[in-house]
Design a protein. Structure first.
Length: 159
């Protein structure tokens, strides 16, 4: 009796992730990208990690005519951390000090403020035109196409 095996191949990566370097706030950058790229990015559900208490904002737009999905992710957020003061001369010795610590979604790209994920079956020429358009926006001072094979945790790319 013959045995048959079902071979399931993972689909090829049909998306690009572009790191955006800017000093703008997330809602402001979404507005700027909407204006310059003719998008309609709207705020969607944030990526929340309960254990680390992180909240990364996400803006998304689904272009049904050109079959493209756009996701804009804030690469950093601030987390409240508490430290118990041990100074015996302090007047408020029993109160913990609260400070904000910056955490990153992709730690390898700490300097990137935002990640723009474009899900589309496009060629390299389209991505180059997109990068050129992003470089013409005065609020964005640098962009970089992330190499997907250099990112160790592929689960982070599903946002």
């Amino acid at each position: 009796m013959k045995t048959h095996q079902l071979s399931v191949q993972e689909p090829e990566d049909n998306y690009q992730i572009i790191a955006i370097y800017t000093d703008e706030q997330d809602y402001r950058l979404a507005f700027i990208l909407n204006k310059h790229l003719n998008l309609q990015l709207v705020k969607s559900a944030s990526i929340i990690d309960q254990t680390k208490k992180t909240d990364f904002t996400v803006f998304e737009y689904e272009d049904t005519t050109l079959f493209r999905n756009w996701l804009l992710l804030n690469n950093h957020c601030f987390v409240d951390s508490k430290i118990k003061t041990t100074d015996s001369f302090s007047l408020f010795n029993d109160r913990p000090s609260i400070y904000q610590q910056k955490t990153y979604y992709l730690k390898k790209y700490k300097k990137a403020n935002f990640l723009l994920k474009v899900i589309a079956d496009e060629d390299v020429e389209y991505t180059q035109k997109l990068i050129e358009t992003l470089h013409q926006i005065p609020q964005i001072y640098a962009t970089e196409i992330l190499l997907l094979d250099k990112i160790q945790n592929k689960k982070l790319l599903i946002f």
